[in-house]
Design a protein around this ligand. Structure first.
Ligand code: CDP
Ligand code: CDP
Length: 208
């Protein structure tokens, strides 16, 4: 059983994917961490993120066992990830790992931008999680304040809008809702309510 969860930055897809996976007893992969880790490795070597050939090499050499590095969670790394993720060769290289993860026995829950459209087009259930840019900026701002990286609302909102434009506008695997995905708008839902709604959808669609 494969559950694919996609959506824009700070829509709550990661939190939801983690909770669903725990509830269903399945492994979870936050695929954004792969792109963040490619960016981290390049930044560590002081390589320009805009160099497609170097980015492809970094993706090919990626150590997928090191995805628990706390540095990957920073705002800088999210922004850097959205640059390296535009390159087709990077995406192609990371595809194999993601598909093997999804195909493991018993299935898995994956979240990202292109899980339902590219990585797992045959997923048993696809959720497209979204929320208004303002609500997503409020969530991100709250998180940044908690991690000691405070930022004003307008800056965070501009970051969110720039990331949306880059993720939706790129030619390779742009962020978009798969035709057979179920839309979950969490603008007016807190994390608990979003989880309850997702669970209702899962139970309606899947035999769990
Ligand atoms: O993975 P993604 O960037 O889509 O978002 P996240 O990291 O799961 O969630 C961003 C923040 O929004 C977290 O602090 C969540 O607790 C909070 N949140 C949520 O996940 N879901 C809601 N419906 C409301 C808030
Ligand atoms: O948590 P948040 O949504 O801010 O970021 P993330 O899911 O960790 O993804 C960081 C960046 O990686 C995104 O802005 C995308 O450009 C890229 N990404 C992607 O292209 N495809 C994926 N399946 C996951 C992430």
């Amino acid at each position: 059983m494969v559950i694919a969860i996609d959506g824009p930055a700070a829509s709550g897809k990661g939190t939801l994917a983690r909770r669903l996976a725990r509830h269903l007893g399945r492994p979870h992969l936050d695929t954004g961490l792969l792109y963040r880790a490619v960016a981290r490795d390049m930044l560590d070597r002081e390589e320009p993120l805009s160099d497609a050939a170097l980015a492809a090499r970094a993706a090919a050499a990626l150590d997928t066992a090191r995805l628990d590095d706390p540095r990957l969670r920073s705002r800088e790394m999210g922004e850097a990830a959205s640059i390296v993720s535009t390159f087709a060769a990077v995406r192609e290289t990371l595809l194999g790992f993601q598909r093997r993860f999804a195909r493991q026995e018993g299935g898995a829950v994956l979240d990202g931008r292109d899980i339902g459209t590219v990585v797992c087009p045959d997923a048993d259930l696809k959720l497209y999680v979204t929320a208004s840019p303002e609500e997503r900026a409020r969530r991100r701002q709250r998180e940044l304040a908690q991690t000691g990286e405070p930022s004003d609302f307008e800056t965070v909102l501009a970051d969110i809008r720039r990331r949306d434009a880059r993720d939706q506008g790129r030619p390779n695997a742009p962020l978009r809702m798969a035709e057979d995905a179920v839309l979950l708008d969490t603008t007016a839902l807190d994390a608990d309510a979003a989880f309850a709604e997702a669970l209702r959808i899962v139970r309606t669609r899947l035999d769990v």
